[in-house]
Design a protein around this ligand. Structure first.
Ligand code: PRX
Length: 652
């Protein structure tokens, strides 16, 4: 355990295991050794403009750029003066190559229906839909709001927007009417795209009904395009609503891609800040495109015949970058699945991997913990031997879940890339490279070439090796957000003010003696118990390392004696009895794993944890419950309200 240093976060996690990349994997990889990696990283750090400028030649340029980087902190411009088009780079660029008739998208619907679109077919659909948008008056720079299930038409709609220079704002299909309206209003969106319904665990979600409600409070929306996905009846408002299929029936497949300024906005994606209304994170054309492409190629080491499956929803940044823009600009085959992992049974993901012979599988730790809870028998029913590489994203992965993923899914043969990044960063920032980096379970390992992190204290100065602090990024990178839609001041205040001159990402991290990074949770998830600062992820890892624990969330609550005390919410593995003796045992276990000061004061057993639709545990709600407060916060993204009710009634 690390020494306590005042002002710095105490590091209490010690992970000694090291997993070198399998030799057979490295031999065929793009980046084959740490020497190769280091060489690239050094080159990029020394001259980011030259490094990315050279890489950018891989994109198609209608007009070459004059200058790779213009950096007026905190405003970056990449590939200044260049004209390109993201839809062109994702589609047209492959048409005169052997990839033209390769599957771009393999899609499986929740009921089991399948669509395969080759690059040529996808190009045709995108051109047609781009003409549909034009016919409704959508121009360059207009905002298009998208609220759709995970269907191929969602990718078609995105690429059609980018083809004509319209800016999409995708609102995840689980958001409420209120949330859609807020975002439409903030973006001043002109057109809405939706579907009559979507499938979720065998039920039909009435998406259009939700949109109808949202559009009552979205005065900027002039037209609404409706895809028919389910049998759900829906109303169509005369003069405003049009069916997707009616528009497409008349559309021409000829629509040249619009040459777009490298810095033209590409999309807005709303994300929650710690307080206040959601921020419209603004990404632009060429820099984002290049970053999504290169990170996809480096991290997933894509091979020409790979089937790549990212299980995220396209409504989140992970889906934007690693279902659509990264894979398609790299000419890969991207699998899209509409449904849930446990419908019609808990083996659905493994069934899909077997059916399509998926090679690279990218998912979230929360899903991995669910798989562990559901049991190995679901995995054992399927042949998943096509897998060669595994990834995780979205939150820290506790070493126990990492080991299960490594053994049970990866058969100790597949490298695991634990990728750290954010909506704001546009693409992966820190990760192992699968053919080069020896991995440590629970660490996102090293920064990618072009990414220069620094862990600093509250005074903005670097902390000593091994100490925790604020994670900052010290150089601009092409995929970085360019601002918050309509609010440059908030952009400056949120990311560039507390540590002047550096991007403050909002996470705590530490860098160990080998230069490996360990994310220690959000800055606002840091607990202070008797003067010890602790990261919740570490307490959770300790709990989950106990055989009885399936999932755990640790939060702080006020305590007269210790300032804050740790309250842990724990779900147990199936068949385990929630007894007082077990509570004691778990407290002792955390005491043993970390130190007595970190042992939770309270342990509460619960059948499930409240999560957002994207699978993040809603700590703010748990903090309120732990403190016995009524929750005042926004619950619009809560996956299952009944979980909250159950947690409260567990109290009584
Ligand atoms: O706290 C970090 C956590 O997720 C945050 C970003 O969330 P979002 O913008 O929704 O993007 C998620 C998908 C990129 C980060 O600030 N996070 C993401 N990946 C990891 C992670 N924490 C630890 N390890 C990761 N690999």
């Amino acid at each position: 355990m690390a020494e306590v240093k005042s002002g710095h976060i105490v590091n209490v996690m010690k992970e000694e295991r090291l997993f070198p990349p399998p030799k057979a994997f490295s031999e065929r990889a793009r980046i084959r050794s740490m020497e190769d990696y280091q060489k690239l990283w050094d080159e990029a750090a020394a001259d980011p403009g030259k490094f990315w400028g050279d890489m950018a030649k891989e994109l198609h340029w209608f007009k070459p750029f004059d200058k790779a980087l213009e950096w007026n902190m905190p405003f970056a411009k990449w590939f200044v003066g260049g004209l390109t088009n993201v839809s062109y780079n994702c589609l047209d660029a492959h048409l005169n190559t052997p990839r033209a008739n390769k599957a771009a998208i393999i899609w499986e619907g929740e009921p089991g229906d399948t669509v395969v679109l080759t690059y040529r077919m996808l190009h045709r659909e995108v051109c047609k839909f781009a003409n549909c948008l034009k016919s409704l008056g959508v121009n360059k720079g207009d905002r298009v709001s998208i609220y759709m299930p995970m269907v191929p038409e969602l990718a078609i709609a995105m690429l059609a927007c980018t083809r004509i220079g319209a800016i999409h704002s995708i609102v995840f299909g689980g958001f409420s009417a209120e949330a859609i309206a807020d975002r439409n209003q903030d973006a001043q969106a002109k057109v809405q795209i939706t579907a009559n319904g979507g499938w979720r665990r065998g039920k039909e979600l009435p998406l259009k009904g939700i949109v109808d409600e949202a559009l009552e409070k979205s005065p900027s929306i002039q037209k609404c395009i409706v895809l028919k996905r389910t049998r759900t009846e829906c109303s169509m408002k005369e003069g405003r609503d049009v069916w997707w299929h009616d528009l497409m029936a008349k559309a021409s497949p000829d629509c040249p891609a619009e040459p777009m300024d490298a810095e033209a906005p590409l999309f807005i994606l709303y994300t929650s800040g710690s307080t206040g209304k959601p921020k419209g994170v603004r990404h632009t054309t060429a820099g984002y495109n290049l970053f999504a492409k290169k990170t996809f190629e480096w991290v997933f080491d894509n091979r020409e015949d790979d089937v790549f499956w990212c299980t995220a929803d396209i409504g989140w940044i992970t889906g934007h970058s690693y279902i659509v823009y990264g894979p398609l600009s790299a000419g890969a085959t991207s699998l899209i699945f509409e449904g849930a992992p446990n419908w019609p049974d808990e083996g659905r993901f493994w069934e899909i991997i077997e059916k399509y012979r998926v090679n690279v599988f990218y998912t979230a730790p929360t899903a991995i913990r669910a798989f562990i809870k559901w049991g190995d028998e679901w995995v054992d029913k399927h042949d998943i031997s096509s897998l060669r590489l595994l990834g995780t994203v979205g939150e820290g992965i506790n070493p126990e879940a990492w080991m299960w993923y490594h053994k049970k899914i990866g058969a100790e043969r597949c490298p695991i890339v634990d990728t750290w990044w954010q909506t704001e960063t546009g693409g992966i920032m820190m990760t192992p490279l699968p053919g080069a980096t020896p991995t440590k379970p629970g660490s996102c390992c090293k920064p990618l070439p072009g990414i220069v992190p620094e862990v600093v204290g509250e005074d903005g100065k670097p902390v000593p090796t091994g100490s925790g602090g604020w994670l900052t990024i010290t150089q601009p990178w092409p995929g970085m957000l360019r601002g918050i839609w309509g609010d440059d001041e908030r952009y400056k205040a949120q990311y560039w003010s507390d540590v002047p001159g550096k991007y403050l990402c909002g996470d705590n991290a530490r860098c160990d003696e080998d230069g490996y990074y360990w994310i220690m949770g959000r800055i606002d998830d840091v607990l202070n118990v008797s003067g010890h600062r602790l990261s919740t992820i570490e307490i959770e890892s300790a709990l989950v390392s106990h055989d009885a624990v399936a999932e755990a969330a640790a939060v702080g609550r006020p305590d007269d004696m210790t300032g804050e005390a740790v309250c842990a919410f724990v779900t147990l593995t199936s068949g385990t009895e929630p007894t007082d003796a077990l509570k004691k045992e778990l407290k002792a276990h955390v005491g043993k794993e970390i130190g007595k000061f970190a042992a939770p004061a309270d342990i509460r057993f619960t059948s499930a944890l409240p999560k957002t639709r994207s699978g993040k545990i809603m700590r703010r709600l748990l903090r309120d419950i732990a403190a016995g407060r009524e929750s005042a916060g926004d619950t619009s993204t809560l996956e299952d309200f009944s979980v909250l009710a159950r947690l409260r009634s567990d109290d009584e």
